[in-house]
Design a protein around this ligand. Sequence first.
Ligand code: HEC
Length: 116
Amino acid sequence: MPAALVDNVVRTPQSPMFGEPDQHQLGMQRYAESCHFCHGAFAVGGGVVPDLRWSALAANEQAWDLVVREGALEKQGMVSFAGRLSKEDTDAIRAYVVQQAWLAVANGDALPPQDG
Ligand code: HEC
């Protein structure tokens, strides 16, 4: 069932790119330290755990914070990082993940958004 769900994910950015190179750099570091283990290398999902590049939650600051800072999906295995990462860190990770989605489009590994 998870495999079927993953196959249904459309590989396309959910948000315009945002942030400065410094922020992307910080996001890359924090992602590598805190998210990579479960969500995969360079924001590439390994299967069951969602690939954050195509996550609609990456498009929305409040929704992202609800999951990443407030632990809305804790029961599903996605713990809150509020105690370990600053808001600046988790914002930077979101900027980095969206940047990686656009990089995948540039590389021909993902589709450009249909309506954005
Ligand atoms: C211990 C493993 C683990 C780590 C570490 C982890 N996650 Fe997760 N994450 C999960 C799992 C499992 C889910 C799927 C929860 C579910 O089934 O809804 C998830 C889901 C998410 C989602 C929801 C995606 C969606 O579209 O449903 C976001 C956003 C997210 N994680 C962000 C992060 C960020 C940012 C980090 C690093 C700061 C991180 N995660 C680190 C396990 C992890």
